[in-house]
Write a protein of this length. Structure first.
Lengths: 162, 162
DNA sequence: CATCTTGGTTGTATAGTACAACTTGAAAAG
DNA sequence: CTTTTCAAGTTGTACTATACAACCAAGATG
């Protein structure tokens, strides 16, 4: 056990070598993960890319929203979202309803098919994650989950909209 | 049995709801992170993409290796690596030396410039990560780091070479 | 030598992305 | 009520990362 660990919890300070190497490791591992995730998601579910999956997920969670909201939430350019949504509409997973109060706005909703596919992919992803995490002690899982939430809570700059 | 298990921690079992929601969270947060990482890395360092960065990093770590090794290590198709390396060579960050024992093989090495740029980007990434993790207790950092390593240790299928 | 294997490149196609220019409709300013 | 400004989306264009298939070149094996 390191001195840092023995002395209880401290925040990072210059010269804290254990924390330094931990930061290095986090950086390296997050990078490695990021590099792989897209391709591996694509291989797992050719029918729904990682991006489409997250967009559908947001629609389900929110019960429909505007393209602009998706762009803001996911730090994507509105043109990117426009094309993604167009593709999802073409494949019948999403439908647009013009907001009667503001004809510029198109509120996006999952279709029945969209809901079904999303559920399928969610289930299959869940299975994969479960398998991957099967040997983990429950306490480590909950800690890992909270670390990730905390890590991701950091605000990132947004393109096109920020 | 691990120390964790002895101390009352359990691995995931059906019906363990705390673990279930933790797995959900991990899935959601890893996904969110993966979606953002590339673009955010690109905004941080327009001069060196995430992929190029990791390739250079591997070259530095190994003190030079073959394109095929990079492809295997990063689960990339050899054509992808070929083009990435070609780009890195064009920008003078990498040089190739034909292996005298096997003229098919081109051993890749960082150039001085490559080493310098890599160091710069590493430093700037390190700073960003440090800032982001500044408020974390040291113990959480080391745990998070070890969770990530464990998570990433899971083998993923390789395209083109696997 | 003939064939197989290995390392690498090139042709082609696709997804995802951004930025800039544009359209359309709403809201604010005069 | 115009005119200007703003907001939501779309489209044109370009670029990166990627895969797969077809290929070439050079060793290795029969």
């Amino acid at each position: 056990m390191t001195a840092a660990e023995m002395s209880g919890e401290r925040t990072v300070a210059p010269g804290d070598f254990a924390a330094d190497t931990a930061v290095e490791t986090i950086q390296r591992e997050m990078t490695a993960f990021a590099r792989r995730a897209r391709a591996s998601a694509g291989r797992m579910h050719p029918e729904l890319s990682l991006v489409s999956y997250t967009l559908l997920g947001h629609l389900e969670e929110r019960g429909g929203c505007r393209a602009t909201d998706l762009a803001a939430h996911y730090a994507l350019d509105k043109s990117t979202v426009s094309r993604q949504v167009a593709a999802l509409e073409r494949t019948g997973l999403v439908e647009r309803r013009v907001d009667p109060d503001d004809h510029r706005v198109q509120v996006l909703h999952l279709t029945e098919s969209g809901r079904r596919i999303l559920a399928q992919v969610t289930e299959s992803r869940r299975t994969a994650f479960r398998e991957r995490l099967a040997d983990w002690p429950a306490e480590d899982l909950t800690r890992f989950a909270s670390y990730l939430e905390r890590y991701n809570a950091w605000p990132e700059p947004e393109p096109g909209n920020g």
